[in-house]
Design a protein around this ligand. Structure first.
Ligand SMILES: NC(=O)c1ccc[n+]([C@@H]2O[C@H](COP(=O)([O-])OP(=O)(O)OC[C@H]3O[C@@H](n4cnc5c(N)ncnc54)[C@H](O)[C@@H]3O)[C@@H](O)[C@H]2O)c1
Ligand SMILES: [Zn+2]
Length: 796
């Protein structure tokens, strides 16, 4: 019984609830950016309804329990709905043992209809409750003329232009017999696959993701630019009619849906009819089982009394019909707190941040972990340990953190940072080239990647171990017989027989190897032979087989041709690797990080000890030397606090480390290096170990070991070029200039011909200049000549 006067706490609580609900309505319906989960909203709404039921005086007409949605704001023209667009009453599962207890609200709903109409077992149209955005479509003479959102139920927004871009909405009715004026109501949805694809792309591009398909649909439809809507793959299902003029509809809702189908509207294939309470619950269960596999989100099912006469008799309460109810499933989004953020390493080394959550029921399943996708996504959502977040689990996709409830952020949280190392093996985590993903660089030693590393190592284009496929690798790893590829070379016929026996035991089958009293070993002998045969390999195959991140077959070939031997590849620092063709920053870093890892080094050593040899090892390419400028050496030496700008400056002025050191600190400063940086560099090169490192170590691997011809033997920079000097030069004597050009390999000729590379013309140049112009030979100034001679200019 309603009580007469409400205590002050109840009044205050009701006020607080109304404020919260109105706020949520605005964010959800107007901004398409809710900040609490639907389940939380429903809880608040229920609490308010209960209070208002207990103290009737609290239930004013302006209460959100009496109103639908929210009045939209700005952007679109208003549309007054000829027939209001209402909401639906809700039924949730309650405590109880029997269906009638658990689904008490559905039972009450059905009983009220039976009693009011004096009918047993009424027939209902039963439909999935699509989680999208309600719209009304107006057709006049069979032509789509206007489409509107629900808004506050009385007034919606005119989104006709956007709706025209939704393919599922007919612009013209099919068939015949439609009323002259027909309003069709239904739900615009974003299919789950389209939603996932959209977010995948957004995450890759570092853009904002959609919180859920409903927000995706609503946000897409309420775009001011229809071109944006057109790019979003929206779907539509019709489920009701509004205004009808000059025409007849069937007598039942289900028959009307049949007509709508005929007229070209998509109607959900899950729509059906059911009788009485048992029929409703059977449908609820049937769709509930299908829920995860449906291509779109649903948040419940809707039961509608099927005949219009009965509907009319039942009538309405303030915001919803009495002849229909929404029976809700467990929510697909819930609020919970982040207890920790950890990194999970996948079998290919991909590092995925995962939120450890306070356990929560989502869509009927207990969720304790949710993916955060990647570091960029965490930064974008700004998820922190301690935050309250909304987790979403829909279909068979893994639960994800959809957003943070900022209002509930506790004090003292700190932004999350990607760790530097793999939690499984301690190797460096490296950012993938051009992508948001990080990967563990410890391919050979990382427990998380063991199987994948072995399968790759044995694969045809890598070490080509015939017969050692995924099944065997799985078993070898499972029975702890192989940890790294090097362990493969210790396997014997006996090891394989043991592996097979263990696998048979695990599967509960009679060990096949010992069937018929004798052990079959031919297959194991073959495998051992394949492993043995793989020892004779090539350097590119081996480098590829190591599974170094970013190293495909072509990079492996580049490394082999340019560096010649495994020993050199292993010792080459990243700045030197970077000068090789098609090896960028990330690739160079990845190779150097791989070989800089003690564990990987041990595995490589073990592989060599096992007897792997390469038929094609040799010396580094002579072309390498030309690519190793002073800048590369300085960078590779990691001179502290020198900075790329200073490195570039020094490399412009000096050509070798010896030159550089001979010039001395003072001259570096004159050349433009700040005194502090110069002092640092001086201190660095004054240390004998460093000096040796700079002059020997990197080069040591190549020409200082005598494998590379010295620079003198390589071609000179101006070889093959012929120049002519004419006129009077201001600073250079012509003889000096000739000598210096010749020392760089050029020829200096006395007359201009077609073969002349270029003419250097000073003051008062005469006929030679004219001849050059006539033949189209390029003419240069004295400044050009100076630049060329001091190595600051390209060979003209
Ligand atoms: N998270 C938040 O902040 C927040 C705020 C406001 C509302 N909400 C959510 O919205 C709900 C309330 O919104 P509501 O008033 O639109 O009610 P509702 O969404 O629960 O039910 C009415 C709506 O159901 C839809 N529907 C789907 N399939 C249908 C079918 N076959 N037949 C008829 N209608 C169908 C229509 O869009 C209709 O307008 C809440 O329960 C909550 O889940 C959330
Ligand atoms: Zn690892």
């Amino acid at each position: 019984m309603p009580k007469a006067t409400a205590p002050v706490e109840a009044v205050e609580r009701a006020q607080a609830l109304r404020r919260q609900i109105e706020d949520a309505n605005y964010r959800y319906h107007v901004l398409d950016d809710p900040d609490i989960a639907d389940a939380e909203y429903d809880r608040l709404m229920r609490e308010l309804e209960a209070l208002e039921a207990e103290y009737t005086e609290l239930a004013g007409d302006d209460s959100p329990t009496r109103r639908v949605g929210a009045r939209a704001s700005g952007g679109f023209a208003e549309v007054v709905h000829a027939v209001p667009m209402l909401s639906l009453g809700n039924a949730f599962e309650q405590e109880g043992d029997t269906d009638r207890e658990k689904y008490r609200e559905v039972a009450d709903f059905e009983r009220r209809i039976e009693q009011t109409l004096g009918r047993r077992q009424p027939v209902f149209s039963v439909e999935p409750k699509l989680d999208g955005l309600a719209i009304s479509l107006r057709y006049e003479d069979g032509v789509f003329v206007q489409g509107a959102t629900r808004g506050d139920g009385a007034v919606g927004e005119d989104v006709t232009a956007n709706l025209r871009t939704v393919r599922a909405i007919p612009l013209r009715l099919r068939g015949e017999g439609w009323p002259r004026v027909l309003e069709v109501r239904g739900e615009v949805i974003m299919p789950r696959a389209a939603f996932e694809a959209f977010n995948e792309r957004a995450r890759a591009a570092g853009e904002r993701t959609l919180a859920n398909p409903r927000n995706g649909a609503a946000g897409s439809l309420r775009q001011l630019d229809p071109a944006v809507t057109a790019k979003r793959p929206l779907g539509f299902f019709a489920y009701a009619v509004g205004r009808v003029e000059d025409g007849e509809l069937p007598e039942t809702h289900s028959a009307t849906l049949g007509k709508l189908r005929e007229w070209g509207f998509p109607v959900s294939p899950e729509v059906s009819t059911a009788k009485g309470f048992e029929g409703l619950i059977a449908y609820f269960r049937r769709i509930g089982e299908k829920r995860d596999s449906l291509p779109y989100d649903i948040d419940g099912v809707v039961y509608k009394l099927d005949d219009y006469e009965g509907q009319e008799e039942m009538g309405f309460v303030s915001r919803a019909p009495r002849w229909a109810i929404a029976h809700k499933y467990p929510a697909q989004e819930q609020m919970t707190t982040v207890e920790d953020i950890e990194i999970q390493i996948g079998r290919t080394g991909a590092a995925t941040p995962v939120a450890r959550l306070a356990a929560v029921q989502v869509g009927g399943v207990t969720v304790t972990n949710a993916t955060l996708h990647n570091a960029d996504q965490i930064a974008r959502l700004d998820v922190r340990v301690g935050d309250t977040v909304i987790v979403r689990r829909a279909g068979d996709v893994i639960p994800e953190v959809a957003r943070v409830v900022m209002e509930r952020r506790p004090a003292g949280t700190v932004p999350w940072k990607m760790p530097d190392t793999c939690p499984v093996c301690g190797s460096e985590l490296l950012r993938e080239e051009g992508a948001a993903a990080y990967r563990c660089s410890g391919g050979l030693i990382c427990g998380a990647q063991r199987k994948e590393a072995l399968i790759h190592f044995a694969s045809r284009r890598a070490m080509d171990i015939d017969g050692l496929g995924e099944r065997f690798v799985d078993a070898l790893v499972e029975f702890d017989m192989v940890h790294t590829p090097a362990d493969l070379y210790a396997l014997t016929v006996d090891s394989f027989v043991r592996m097979k026996t263990l696998a048979d035991e695990r599967d509960g089958s009679t060990p096949e190897t010992v069937r018929q009293g004798k052990v079959a070993t031919k297959w194991a002998e073959n495998l051992v032979a394949s492993i043995e045969a793989s020892k004779k390999s090539t350097l590119p195959r081996f480098l590829f087989a190591l599974g170094i991140m970013h190293i495909g077959e072509s990079t492996a070939k580049t490394l082999a041709t340019w560096l010649g031997s495994l020993a050199v590849v292993r010792r080459t620092p990243a700045p030197v690797l970077r000068v090789l063709p098609d090896i960028g920053d990330e690739v160079a870093t990845s190779i150097a990080a791989f070989f800089g890892q003690e564990g990987n080094e041990k595995v490589v050593d073990a592989l060599l000890e096992a007897g792997i040899t390469f038929a094609d090892e040799g010396a580094p390419s002579p072309k390498l030397r030309d690519r190793l400028g002073l800048d590369v050496l300085l960078e590779a030496a990691k001179v502290p606090k020198l900075g790329p700008k200073n490195v570039a400056l020094l490399a412009k002025t000096y050509t070798s480390v010896q030159d550089l050191v001979a010039a001395g600190e003072h001259n570096w400063i004159i050349a433009g290096v700040p005194a502090a940086a110069a002092a640092n560099l001086w201190a660095f090169v004054s240390d004998p170990t460093n000096y040796r490192k700079l002059t020997n170590d990197f080069l040591d691997m190549a020409w200082l070991l005598g494998q590379l011809p010295a620079r003198a033997a390589t071609t000179l920079p101006l070889e093959g070029h012929t120049y002519v000097i004419t006129g009077t030069m201001e600073t250079l004597k012509r003889d000096d200039a000739t000598e210096r050009l010749e020392s760089l390999g050029a020829k200096v000729a006395g007359s201009v011909s077609r073969k002349t590379t270029g003419v250097f013309a000073g003051e008062a140049a005469g006929s030679k200049l004219d001849k050059a112009k006539e033949l189209g030979v390029p003419v240069y100034t004295e400044a050009d000549l100076l630049a060329l001679l001091t190595g600051h200019g390209a060979a003209p």
